[in-house]
Design a binder for this molecule. Sequence first.
Ligand code: FAD
Length: 571
Amino acid sequence: MNIEREQLEMDVVFVGAGPANLAAALHLKNIVDEHNELVERGRKSGEKIPDLEIGIIEKGSFVGAHILSGAVMDPIAIRELMPDFLEQGCPVDTVVSSDAFWYLTENRRIESPVTPPPLKNHGKYILSLSKMCEWLGEKCEEAGINIFPEFPGAEMLYDEENRVIGVRTGDKGINKEGERKGNFEPGVDLLAKVTVLGEGSRGSLAKHLMQRLGLNEGKEPQVFSIGVKELWEVPAGNIEEGQVVHTLGFPSDTKTYGGGWIYGMKNNVVSIGYVTGLDYLDPLIDPHAEFQKFKTHPEVAKVLAGGKMLKYGAKTINAGGWNTMPKLYADGVLIVGDSGSFLNGQRIKGIHTAMKSGMLAAETILGAFTHNDFTSKTLQHFEEKVSASWIYDELYPVRNFHGAFQAGRWSALVNTGLQFVTGGYAWGFMPKEHHEAGHERMEKLSEYDYKGDDIKQRYPDLKFDKELTFDKITDVYHAGVAHDEDQPAHLHVLDTEICAERCAEEYGNPCQRFCPASVYEMEFNAKTERRELKINFSNCVHCKTCDIMDPYQLINWVTPEGGGGPNYKGM
Ligand SMILES: Cc1cc2nc3c(=O)[nH]c(=O)nc-3n(C[C@H](O)[C@H](O)[C@H](O)COP(=O)(O)OP(=O)(O)OC[C@H]3O[C@@H](n4cnc5c(N)ncnc54)[C@H](O)[C@@H]3O)c2cc1C
C-alpha cells in the first residue's frame, strides 16, 4: 500500500512510556535547563542548548495502561531523579514493614529464619507501577515533554547508511483484510536526532534493531521469565499492610525456575503472583496454571481466604542481566530499561535500574547535543556511564544468577550461594557454562510419558473454581483487554503448517499453554481433518511470551493498532 505520511521533526523521541523512558525524558529536560543556566552564568563553557522538542510515544491508551509489575520499588533511582518525590505526590502505596522467605513443600511452608539479603525489602516502597508511571507522565507533561498515548512505534527508520533517524508510528483504521477503513489515519514518521528504545521486556522494535545491527553479537542469549499476577481484596487481618513474602518450591518442579510473591498493600489489597522461567523443559508446563496451583497451597490460600480477585495481568521479565546485555547504542539510537537487560534477576527488581539507565541515557544525550554529534562516537559514552555507575556494582556480581538455575534448583542454590560470597565467580562449578536460550531447552513430548497434549496430565488436581482459581478466559476479562477485532492480527505466525503437523507431534503446540491469555487455540478443521491454529489476537495482554518461547521461533509479535491491549490501571 502506497501511503503518504506526515513527517514530524523532533530532537529526541522515546519509544515506550515506562519508568526507564519517563525518567530519561524528565532528567534530560532538567539537565538541559541546568546546563543552560550554568552557561548563562559563565560557570560552564560551551553553548546553550536550544529548547529541545522531546516526544514520548506509548502504545497503550494512556501512560500506565500496559505497565505491570509486582511491585516493590527500591527508591535509589527516583531519589536521584527527584529527591522530594514523596512531597511531589509520588503515589507509593505503602512502606515495606516486614519481609519473609518461605520454602513451600506440597502442604507446608518452611520459613527461613533469615531473609536472604537480596530479598530484604524493609523500608522500600510497595506501589502500583502503573499508577507511578501515570504520575511520572504528568510530571513530564508539566515539564513541557510531549506524550503521545495510542501511538505504537511500528518500524524503525534508517538512512541509507543504516543510521537510525527515527521511528514510524502504526497506521490506524486498517481492516482485517489489510484494506483502509473510513477512519484510516496513516502512521507518522517521527524524525529524531536520537531515538531511545524503552519498550520493556522483548521490545518489538528493539528485537529487530538488534538483529539488523548485530547488537547481540558476542553476548549470551537473553533469558526470560513470565510473571502472572492478580490483585485481590481480602478480609482485614489476612495479611498485614507492608508485609512482603517471597516463595520458592511448590508448585515448580526442581528443574523449573520459579517463585511466588505476596505483598500486603493498603485497604487489604494483596498483590500476588508467580514467576516461571521461560527456559523450562516440560512442554506441558503452563505458567498461568503454575500460578493458579500456587494459590492452592494451604499457606497461600489462607491469605486469600474470603477475598475477591480484582484484576489480572501477565508480562515477561528479561532475567539474563549483565552477560546478556546487548550493545546499548548505535548511530542515532540508545536502548534503556528492560529492553537493554537492566533488570536484576536475583532481586527480581528492574524499576530502579530501568530509571537509572534512562537517566544515564539522558546524560549521554546532553553530551551529544553539546558536541552536536549523534553518532556512535558520542552515544557510546552511554555504556561507559553504565559501567561507572551503581548499575554495574549491582548487576555484575549477579551476572550468573539465572544461568545457575538452568542446571536445576538444588545445584543452583549451592551455586548462587557461592556466587554471593565470590562476587559472581562460582560459574566454574556449574554444569553449564553459559545461559541457553529458553526456547532451545524445551524437550519433546516423546521424552515424557504423556499421551497427547492434555494439560490435565501435568495438573491433574487443578480445578478452576472461580473463587480461588480462575481459567484463562476469566482472568483475561479481569485484565480489561480490548482490541478492535477488525484489524490484521498482530501475531504473525510465519508457517502455520508447522503448527498443524510438526509442532503438534513434537511439542503438542505449547503456545496453547505458555500464552497466559488463551490467544492460541488448536481447533479441529473438518475439511482437512486435523487440528489447526486459531489466533484469538484480541485476548493478547502484550506479554510477548509467544515471541520468546515458541520452539521454532515462528511467532513474531508486532504492535497492534494504538490503544489496544490490556488496561492495567492501578496494577
Ligand atoms: C510481574 C512482574 C513483577 C515485577 N516486580 C517487580 C518489583 O517488585 N520490583 C521491581 O523493581 N521490578 C519488578 N518488575 C520489573 C519491572 O517492572 C521492570 O523492570 C520495569 O518496569 C522496566 O521498565 P521499562 O521502562 O524498561 O519497561 P516497561 O515498564 O515494560 O515499560 C515499557 C513501556 O513501553 C511501551 N511500549 C512497548 N513497546 C512499544 C512500542 N513499540 N511503541 C510504543 N510503546 C511501546 C509499553 O506499552 C510500556 O508502557 C516486575 C516485572 C513483572 C513483569
